[in-house]
Design a protein around this ligand. Structure first.
Ligand SMILES: [Zn+2]
Length: 257
């Protein structure tokens, strides 16, 4: 699919990036991303990808806007308090990019609805706070054979990696079980969730367009208290209950490191 004159003008400043160009922009235009959830972290993934000209987006997030959302959920506003979050999310994204083919789902992902909610997309971005949701998306990514960008944060720390079936392990290789210390409510600075959201959006752009090297086989650990950033190698567990039987594709993760 070629770019229109308007698209050439809208994306001029990224089209001139080396190894991206009109071809990379065209690939973005032809791709659909699934993002769950769409708050302090996923909202930034969605906003950056809408701005970058991705063609299709499915966003999932339940509930109404609360006062306590607004230190980080930048697609929401005080006007929206007490109203449906998805209304704010889709309104803001369409305002930014009216050409975006956008589907908003007023539900959170879980094992019971994941098959229905996630189909016909090219890539998943996991921004969910609960492991039940994260594991459901991980399983679905393996079933569909599509990549998943995995973002998480706690207080001043953020972790991000990308999985690709056959090339890397999966979230279950990293966390075979739900960590016993994990709680629903945890400290969040919007600048930390926003930072890892921007990194997640960049991973999507890279994986779709072929630009640079995605984090396949690497976990980027960021500590914003000390401003330290470290990449750790992570490996596939051959006995993983989710991806253990997925055959390796003929490309070593070492070449991606
Ligand atoms: Zn696995």
């Amino acid at each position: 699919m070629s770019l229109t004159d308007t698209e050439q003008a809208l994306y001029e400043w990224q089209i001139i990036a080396e190894d991206f160009g009109v071809e990379g922009q065209g690939k973005l235009k032809n791709s659909t991303v699934f993002i769950s959830r769409c708050g302090g972290l996923g909202g930034l993934v969605a906003y950056e990808l809408a701005a970058a000209g991705i063609g299709g987006m499915v966003v999932a997030h339940a509930g109404d806007v609360k006062h306590s959302d607004l230190n980080r959920q930048l697609l929401m506003s005080r006007e929206g308090i007490g109203k449906n979050r998805m209304q704010s999310i889709t309104g803001r994204l369409k305002e930014l990019n009216p050409d975006l083919e956008l589907q908003g789902i007023d539900q959170n992902v879980g094992p019971e609805n994941v098959k229905k909610l996630i189909s016909g997309v090219d890539i998943i971005v996991d921004c969910a706070p609960l492991f039940e949701e994260r594991f459901a998306m991980n399983q679905r990514a393996i079933e569909l054979g599509i990549p998943m960008v995995e973002c998480s944060m706690y207080e001043c720390e953020a972790h991000i990696t990308s999985f690709k079936p056959g090339l890397t392990g999966c979230l279950r290789c990293l966390y075979p079980e739900i960590p016993p210390y994990w709680t629903r409510k945890f400290p969040v600075f919007g600048a930390v969730s926003g930072m890892v959201g921007c990194l997640g959006a960049m991973e999507v752009i890279k994986i779709i367009s072929g630009l640079g090297r995605p984090l396949f086989g690497n976990l980027l650990c960021c500590d914003l208290k000390t401003m330290s950033f470290r990449k750790n190698r992570i490996f596939k567990d051959p006995d993983c209950s989710v991806c253990g039987s997925v055959p390796s594709i003929n490309q070593s993760t070492k070449s991606q490191a």
